[in-house]
Design a protein. Sequence first.
Length: 299
Amino acid sequence: MTSPATATGPRSAVPSGAGSAPDDAALVVNGLVKRYQGRAVVDGLSLTARRGEITAVLGPNGAGKTTTIECCEGLRVPDAGTVHVLGRDRRSGAAALRTRVGVMLQDGGLPSGARALEVLRHVAAMYAAPRDVGELVDRLGLATFARTSVRRLSGGQRQRLALACAVVGRPELVFLDEPSAGLDPQARRAVWDLVRELRSDGVAVVLTTHLMDEAESLADVVHVVDHGKVIASGTVDALLVSAPCAGTETTVRFTAPPDFDTAALTAWLTAHGVADATVTAGRRTLEDVFLDLTGRQLR
């Protein structure tokens, strides 16, 4: 894989969808449609991911998120719309993109009979200028299971091996599917540090995760997908202040000093005719926004 481009800083809020592609766009999806048995699982979806940024694509089960990413990775063929990766059409430019794009699948996609270190070395040998295998082994703690076959690895160990395989070729764009799934806190911190390093090196990182704290900690831009469309996009901070709140009640948010008395405020509201006033202390999170946007019902 070629060397990554120069890093750029985080972006401010962007509207839902992709619009015109910026000069530093590594991934541009426009009007993507994918149908199964006549039903549109992805329905005119558009989004953009830039170099030197971590872009999180979030959505509940069945929202079309996974199908979208699989179309971007070249694992599925869209029924309509376009996907451009590193300036090339995803379908016609597939051969040229193989050495420039890294993919980490949640199920690993790794040969079950091979030993972990053998797999990583084999993948590294496919590239002209791969990362140092020993460095990745140390960074991700692979040494403890280097001689263990993939089929005998725990879920978290497979995730770390899959991440190493996805980045060993120095990709310009990398797709990471649930990179922290099954990891203990120490391993998760190591993974997050590596992902942030990729961003600093100018790599475009597209992250899919069900862990809202992971997206909130890592992402420069978040796209929330539901019913096959992007329903909200922006920085985490922009989404925290702009996303609608569930229900019909009026919600007022403000920053209070550490010694603020919530009980006194509740009493004051009640005395001034605000029935059933509830004062909740705490910071609004990306999970709150996600639930407000996509609902709280199980799917």
